[in-house]
Design a protein around this ligand. Structure first.
Ligand SMILES: [Zn+2]
Length: 235
């Protein structure tokens, strides 16, 4: 409901009239590319370590490890994969969105890890869905893709649950993703817990990561073949 805020509305008017003041304009929504590019965005990196995991590892490393696993599975299935980082470097959020948008991504998944909660936390942006306009404001460009991002969240949720993983869905402000002009999600890997809430796998446990990567790859595969993915009401 942020769009009903008068200040936000004013910002949008200004953003549309004075495009030069934006860090960068998002390109207008276009018809889907025949290529199906998946962007994998391992969050954090460099001095931005992310969370400290109980295993002693830093979140930035766990995120990169999952990105590498998932890239490998997707590449083997014939997807074109673009990653925002391949090593331990800091990448600005705007740069990550630029990479995703430049790749004309069909799916972008930002990867996080945490010690809190349990299982996989899926987040779509909390932006209200909006119709695409000639130039979408950079900071809220995702609004025109929000409906498709929610559809993607549903597909990923089903696949993870089918794999026996605990999933929590949510919508929150997601800087970075909110500048992306593609269906986009944040996937946060929390610890796996048994019936007594005891941790049975940490977010960086290799077997657990492999199980999650496999379920994510299956979800993206299914999403690619979903006829509703390019519904007429969506950009
Ligand atoms: Zn994080």
């Amino acid at each position: 409901m942020r769009w009903s805020n008068p200040t936000t509305a004013l910002f949008l008017v200004l953003a549309l009239r004075v495009p030069a003041q934006q860090p960068q304009q998002a390109p207008p929504p276009s018809t889907p590319s025949p290529r199906f590019v998946v962007v994998l965005d391992a969050a954090h990196g460099g001095d931005d370590t992310g969370a400290h995991l109980s295993s002693g590892q830093l979140e930035k490393s766990a995120n990169l490890a999952l990105s590498v696993r998932l890239r490998s599975l997707l590449t083997a299935r014939g997807f074109q994969v673009v990653t925002t980082r391949e090593n331990d470097t800091f990448i600005d959020l705007n740069r990550r969105a630029e990479l995703a948008n430049h790749a004309n991504a069909a799916v972008c998944i930002t990867l996080h890890a945490t010690e809190s909660g349990s299982g996989i936390h899926l987040f779509a942006s909390s932006l209200a869905p909006a119709n695409p306009t000639r130039f979408m404001p950079w900071k809220t460009a995702q609004a025109a893709w929000e409906t498709r991002s929610l559809g993607l969240a549903g597909a990923v949720n089903s696949s993870l649950a089918h794999a026996g993983l605990t999933v929590t869905l949510g919508r929150i402000p997601l800087p970075g993703i909110e500048s992306m002009t593609c269906p986009a999600l944040a996937v946060e890997l929390g610890p796996q817990r048994d019936a007594d809430r005891k941790v049975s796998a940490e977010p960086d446990t290799p077997d657990y990561q492999a199980q999650v990567a496999s379920a994510l790859a299956a979800a993206i595969l299914e999403w690619r073949s979903d006829p509703n993915r390019t519904g007429a009401r969506q950009p």
